[in-house]
Design a protein around this ligand. Structure first.
Ligand code: ZN
Ligand code: FE
Length: 239
């Protein structure tokens, strides 16, 4: 099993620290280095690998400083070598990749960016999906089409219900409010928004969340057709 630590960064980003049972350590999406180095120093550990989901600055800008502090291989989307300069291990859906003695499955999830990938750990039931899926939301379509994003979300939806979702931002409360406006009678959503409100009031993260919960509450994930998804994304963009 893999132990996950959330490292808040900027105003609402989450960087993740992964510690495997065999002692291996990885960092997911180092948007800024100082908060990561602080946590690593407090635990007296160093990263063996960095995992990158997509090229946006808030997910990669700390990479150079982190590697200067402790160099290690960087794994990320094979299609983004032009925009992510420090990649050593190039990944796509065909890649045989492992971390901490566990197989890691790569999902190509275009939509937010063209080359966005997610890291799925089937044995530990963890998904690092950055800006593809948020709790009760999904990423904005900066580079892809709504159709592409819908397909990407369908890939995530096909994973086991007990998968723990670790996304790239704490957008949960605003997303929940949007979903509740559209589906005011959704009981699972009403319950989840209560839980989210009390977590946020206590200053706690709303992440991780189970895929089972998202399947009941995330309207973007629940959209049955690309057309329904497109309409919903348009409403959210104008909200
Ligand atoms: Zn992004
Ligand atoms: Fe982001």
């Amino acid at each position: 099993m893999i132990n996950v630590t959330l490292i808040p960064a900027f105003s609402d980003n989450y960087i993740y620290l992964l510690e495997a049972e065999n002692g291996e350590v990885a960092v997911v999406d180092p948007g800024e280095a100082p908060p990561i180095i602080e946590v690593l120093e407090s635990k007296n550990i160093k990263p063996d690998m960095v995992l990158i989901t997509h090229h946006h600055w808030d997910h990669i800008d700390g990479l150079g400083e982190l590697l200067k502090w402790n160099t290690c291989p960087v794994a990320g989307p094979a299609s983004e070598t032009a925009r992510i300069k420090l990649l050593d291990i190039l990944l796509d859906e065909q890649s045989e990749f492992s971390f901490g003695g566990e197989r890691v499955q790569i999902l190509e999830t275009p939509g937010h960016t063209k080359g966005h990938i997610c890291f799925y750990f089937p044995e530990s039931a963890l998904l690092f999906c950055a800006d593809t899926l948020f709790s009760m939301g999904c990423g904005r379509l900066f580079e892809g089409t709504p159709e592409q994003m819908w397909h990407s979300l369908q890939k995530i939806s096909a994973l086991p219900d007990d998968t723990q979702i670790y996304c790239g931002h704490e957008y949960t409360l605003a997303n929940a409010q949007f979903c509740l406006e559209i589906e005011p009678d959704n009981e699972a959503l009403q319950k989840r928004i209560e839980e989210v409100q009390s977590l946020r009031t206590a200053g706690k993260p709303t992440i991780p969340v189970s895929l089972a919960s998202e399947k009941q509450t995330n309207l973007f994930l629940r959209a049955e057709t690309p057309e329904k998804f497109t309409k919903l994304r348009g409403l959210k963009d104008r909200a």
